[in-house]
Design a protein around this ligand. Structure first.
Ligand code: SF4
Length: 163
Protein backbone atom coordinates (compact mmCIF):
# COMPACT_ATOMS: atom_id res chain seq x y z
CA UNK A 1 0.00 0.00 0.00
CA UNK A 2 1.31 3.46 -0.88
CA UNK A 3 1.70 5.66 2.16
CA UNK A 4 1.55 9.43 2.24
CA UNK A 5 4.89 11.20 2.09
CA UNK A 6 5.31 12.96 5.42
CA UNK A 7 7.42 15.92 6.46
CA UNK A 8 9.78 13.58 8.27
CA UNK A 9 10.27 11.59 5.06
CA UNK A 10 11.11 14.80 3.20
CA UNK A 11 13.65 15.56 5.94
CA UNK A 12 15.18 12.09 5.63
CA UNK A 13 15.33 12.44 1.85
CA UNK A 14 17.78 15.29 2.35
CA UNK A 15 19.60 13.72 5.30
CA UNK A 16 20.05 10.12 4.11
CA UNK A 17 18.13 8.30 1.37
CA UNK A 18 18.76 4.96 3.04
CA UNK A 19 17.25 6.24 6.26
CA UNK A 20 14.23 7.36 4.22
CA UNK A 21 13.88 3.86 2.77
CA UNK A 22 14.06 2.22 6.22
CA UNK A 23 11.61 4.66 7.71
CA UNK A 24 9.08 4.15 4.93
CA UNK A 25 9.45 0.38 4.71
CA UNK A 26 10.33 -0.85 8.17
CA UNK A 27 9.90 1.30 11.20
CA UNK A 28 7.49 4.11 11.83
CA UNK A 29 7.82 6.45 14.76
CA UNK A 30 4.91 6.20 17.12
CA UNK A 31 2.31 8.87 16.69
CA UNK A 32 1.01 10.23 19.93
CA UNK A 33 0.01 13.64 18.76
CA UNK A 34 -3.33 15.24 18.49
CA UNK A 35 -4.98 14.99 15.12
CA UNK A 36 -6.23 18.27 13.85
CA UNK A 37 -8.17 18.73 10.69
CA UNK A 38 -7.33 21.35 8.11
CA UNK A 39 -10.61 23.08 8.90
CA UNK A 40 -9.41 23.75 12.40
CA UNK A 41 -6.38 25.56 11.06
CA UNK A 42 -8.71 27.80 9.14
CA UNK A 43 -10.57 28.66 12.28
CA UNK A 44 -9.42 32.13 13.30
CA UNK A 45 -9.58 31.23 16.97
CA UNK A 46 -7.09 28.43 16.58
CA UNK A 47 -4.44 30.95 15.57
CA UNK A 48 -4.82 32.85 18.80
CA UNK A 49 -3.53 30.08 21.03
CA UNK A 50 -0.27 28.28 20.96
CA UNK A 51 -1.02 24.72 19.83
CA UNK A 52 1.71 22.20 20.39
CA UNK A 53 2.45 19.28 18.10
CA UNK A 54 -0.31 19.65 15.57
CA UNK A 55 -0.70 16.66 13.30
CA UNK A 56 -2.45 17.32 10.01
CA UNK A 57 -3.59 14.34 7.99
CA UNK A 58 -0.67 12.32 9.38
CA UNK A 59 1.44 14.08 6.76
CA UNK A 60 2.75 17.09 8.57
CA UNK A 61 3.52 17.57 12.20
CA UNK A 62 3.84 21.20 13.20
CA UNK A 63 5.47 22.03 16.49
CA UNK A 64 3.19 24.97 17.21
CA UNK A 65 1.35 27.98 15.85
CA UNK A 66 2.11 31.16 17.72
CA UNK A 67 0.40 33.75 15.63
CA UNK A 68 -1.92 33.79 12.68
CA UNK A 69 -0.35 32.43 9.53
CA UNK A 70 2.98 31.40 11.05
CA UNK A 71 3.87 27.86 12.00
CA UNK A 72 6.90 27.02 14.08
CA UNK A 73 9.22 24.07 13.83
CA UNK A 74 11.70 23.59 16.66
CA UNK A 75 15.04 21.99 15.83
CA UNK A 76 17.43 20.94 18.54
CA UNK A 77 20.41 20.73 16.20
CA UNK A 78 23.29 23.11 16.54
CA UNK A 79 23.47 23.87 12.86
CA UNK A 80 21.00 25.07 10.27
CA UNK A 81 20.30 22.19 7.90
CA UNK A 82 18.99 22.31 4.36
CA UNK A 83 16.90 19.22 5.26
CA UNK A 84 14.92 21.15 7.88
CA UNK A 85 14.25 23.98 5.46
CA UNK A 86 12.82 21.58 2.87
CA UNK A 87 10.80 19.75 5.51
CA UNK A 88 9.17 23.03 6.47
CA UNK A 89 8.73 24.14 2.85
CA UNK A 90 6.95 20.82 2.30
CA UNK A 91 4.59 21.70 5.16
CA UNK A 92 3.87 25.04 3.47
CA UNK A 93 3.37 23.30 0.13
CA UNK A 94 0.99 20.75 1.67
CA UNK A 95 -1.03 23.43 3.43
CA UNK A 96 -1.17 25.59 0.31
CA UNK A 97 -2.55 22.62 -1.62
CA UNK A 98 -5.31 22.48 1.01
CA UNK A 99 -6.08 26.17 0.67
CA UNK A 100 -4.06 27.40 3.67
CA UNK A 101 -1.31 29.93 2.91
CA UNK A 102 1.22 30.22 5.70
CA UNK A 103 4.76 31.23 6.47
CA UNK A 104 7.06 29.39 8.84
CA UNK A 105 9.82 29.91 11.33
CA UNK A 106 12.38 27.32 12.34
CA UNK A 107 13.48 27.93 15.92
CA UNK A 108 16.93 26.75 16.96
CA UNK A 109 17.01 27.06 20.76
CA UNK A 110 20.64 25.91 20.97
CA UNK A 111 21.74 28.52 18.45
CA UNK A 112 19.33 31.14 19.78
CA UNK A 113 18.35 31.77 16.17
CA UNK A 114 15.17 31.76 14.16
CA UNK A 115 15.06 31.17 10.42
CA UNK A 116 12.12 32.49 8.43
CA UNK A 117 10.91 30.14 5.70
CA UNK A 118 8.52 30.88 2.86
CA UNK A 119 7.41 28.99 -0.19
CA UNK A 120 9.29 30.84 -2.92
CA UNK A 121 8.86 30.76 -6.70
CA UNK A 122 10.47 27.58 -7.95
CA UNK A 123 10.06 25.69 -4.65
CA UNK A 124 6.93 23.89 -5.83
CA UNK A 125 8.74 22.30 -8.76
CA UNK A 126 11.65 21.30 -6.49
CA UNK A 127 9.25 19.71 -3.99
CA UNK A 128 7.28 17.91 -6.70
CA UNK A 129 10.51 16.60 -8.18
CA UNK A 130 11.61 15.49 -4.69
CA UNK A 131 8.28 13.70 -4.15
CA UNK A 132 8.80 11.76 -7.39
CA UNK A 133 12.33 10.81 -6.32
CA UNK A 134 11.12 9.82 -2.85
CA UNK A 135 8.49 7.47 -4.29
CA UNK A 136 11.10 5.93 -6.55
CA UNK A 137 13.45 5.33 -3.60
CA UNK A 138 10.87 3.92 -1.18
CA UNK A 139 9.26 1.63 -3.74
CA UNK A 140 12.60 0.05 -4.58
CA UNK A 141 12.76 -3.47 -3.08
CA UNK A 142 16.21 -2.79 -1.62
CA UNK A 143 17.53 0.26 0.24
CA UNK A 144 19.89 2.71 -1.47
CA UNK A 145 23.59 1.98 -1.25
CA UNK A 146 25.19 2.65 2.13
CA UNK A 147 26.99 5.97 2.35
CA UNK A 148 28.53 6.50 5.75
CA UNK A 149 28.19 10.00 7.13
CA UNK A 150 28.76 11.92 10.35
CA UNK A 151 25.12 11.34 11.41
CA UNK A 152 25.35 7.52 11.27
CA UNK A 153 26.56 7.07 14.85
CA UNK A 154 23.43 8.73 16.21
CA UNK A 155 21.03 7.18 13.70
CA UNK A 156 18.30 4.79 14.89
CA UNK A 157 19.14 2.51 11.95
CA UNK A 158 22.84 2.26 12.74
CA UNK A 159 22.60 -1.43 13.63
CA UNK A 160 20.74 -2.21 10.40
CA UNK A 161 23.47 -0.54 8.36
CA UNK A 162 26.62 -1.53 10.19
CA UNK A 163 26.06 -4.71 12.23
S1 SF4 B 1 23.18 4.65 9.78
FE1 SF4 B 1 23.87 6.20 8.34
S2 SF4 B 1 23.62 5.27 6.30
FE2 SF4 B 1 22.43 4.06 7.75
S3 SF4 B 1 20.39 4.91 7.64
FE3 SF4 B 1 21.42 5.93 9.32
S4 SF4 B 1 22.29 7.78 8.46
FE4 SF4 B 1 21.77 6.45 6.75
Amino acid sequence: MTKQITGVMMYYYYVCKRKLWYFYNCVQMERGNENVEIGKLLDENSYMREEKHINIGNVINIDFLRSRGILHEVKKSNNIEEASVWQVKYYLYYLKNHGVEMKAKIDYPLLKQTLEVELEPGDVSVIENDLGNIMEIVKNPIPPILKQSRICKKCAYYDLCFI
